[in-house]
Each structure stands twice: as structure tokens, then as C-alpha cells.
Design a protein around this ligand. Structure first.
Ligand code: SF4
Length: 170
């Protein structure tokens, strides 16, 4: 039994080390595990819109805390050890939209997975990465040939452009 506990501790440490390594490789801020009270969450009726960037999006919920508005994105499926990069950028985009819509910058956004919630700090560095990504997307919109940016068949399997994409992996 003691061996089993020891093995589980070692596996947990390896898992944590791997996720920290991946996180520092991407340069993204990661997320802090937090407790949230879902009863205080208010559903968002209309999408938020930021005209200057042509950016629109609808967080699943907005939470009011200490006079600030915090966006919440709800994800189903497996709960990861750390938030996925795509989810971090999504919640960062909601932070940007909340700031432009309500005139107050959220210090963080929340990603709610089935078994854990993460607070993703909306830092100046994350905002800058987000703006770079948005600029890349805008530039690619008018290009004829945009190379695939990943090697993940699973992403292609759930992609809405799969039928017309000549670079799909699955
Ligand atoms: S199907 Fe094409 S557009 Fe969709 S994720 Fe795969 S490579 Fe990207």
C-alpha cells in the first residue's frame, strides 16, 4: 500500500513538472486553481463587441467581484492539470472585451472545467500576446495559402473547416 502511495506521489510530481515545462515553453501565464461559487454567476445575454479590432465574443458568465467584472468560460470534457493555451487566449479575449465594454480592466478571467476552476491573470504580457495573435489572424484572413499551425489530428477531427481543408490531418 505504501508503495502505491509513493508511486502516485511520484506520478503526480512528474505530471506537474511536465505541465510546468509546457507552460514555460509557451510563455503563457498558466492559471491558479481557485474556488468559485457558481450561484453568483450571471449569464451573458448579448455578445460583447469591440469595433476597433472587429472582435466579438460571449463569455458563458460574468461575475461581479469588488466592483470588477470577471468573465467565466465553461469547458466540458476532461479537466486538464493546467488550462489549455487555446482556452487561455479565449478567456484573455473575453477580458479584453469586458474592459472595452465596461471600462474596467478585469485582473483575471476564470476557466471552469468539470473538476477544477482556474484563474488566468490578465497581464500586460498576455494582452500583448493576444493582440499579436489577433493581428496574425487578420493578416491570414486575406492570404490564399495559410500553412497548418499544428500536428494534432484531434483538432482537425473537431474542426468546422475539415470538409474543405486540404491540410487536414484526420
Ligand atoms: S481541418 Fe484544416 S483548418 Fe481545421 S484544424 Fe485541421 S488543418 Fe486546421
Amino acid at each position: 500500500m505504501l508503495y502505491l502511495v509513493f508511486l502516485l506521489v511520484i506520478l503526480a510530481l512528474i505530471f506537474l513538472w511536465q505541465s510546468n515545462r509546457q507552460r514555460s515553453a509557451t510563455g503563457l501565464p498558466g492559471g491558479r486553481v481557485i474556488y468559485t461559487d457558481t450561484h453568483a454567476w450571471g449569464e451573458v445575454e448579448k455578445p460583447l463587441f469591440y469595433h476597433e479590432l472587429g472582435l466579438t465574443g460571449k463569455p458563458d458568465y460574468l461575475v461581479e467581484r469588488d466592483g470588477l467584472i470577471i468573465p467565466v468560460e465553461v469547458k466540458s470534457g476532461r479537466t486538464p492539470a493546467a488550462p489549455y493555451d487555446s482556452h487561455i487566449f479565449q478567456v484573455a479575449a473575453y477580458c479584453l472585451l469586458v474592459e472595452k465594454t465596461y471600462g474596467k480592466r478585469p485582473p483575471y478571467g476564470i476557466i471552469h472545467y468539470p473538476n477544477r476552476d482556474f484563474a488566468v491573470d490578465y497581464t500586460a504580457a498576455l494582452e500583448s500576446s493576444l493582440l499579436d495573435q489577433l493581428a496574425d489572424i487578420k493578416r491570414d484572413e486575406v492570404r490564399n495559402n495559410v500553412p497548418r499551425s499544428h500536428e494534432e489530428p484531434a483538432r482537425c477531427r473537431s474542426c468546422g473547416f475539415r470538409k474543405v481543408c486540404d491540410q487536414k490531418l484526420a
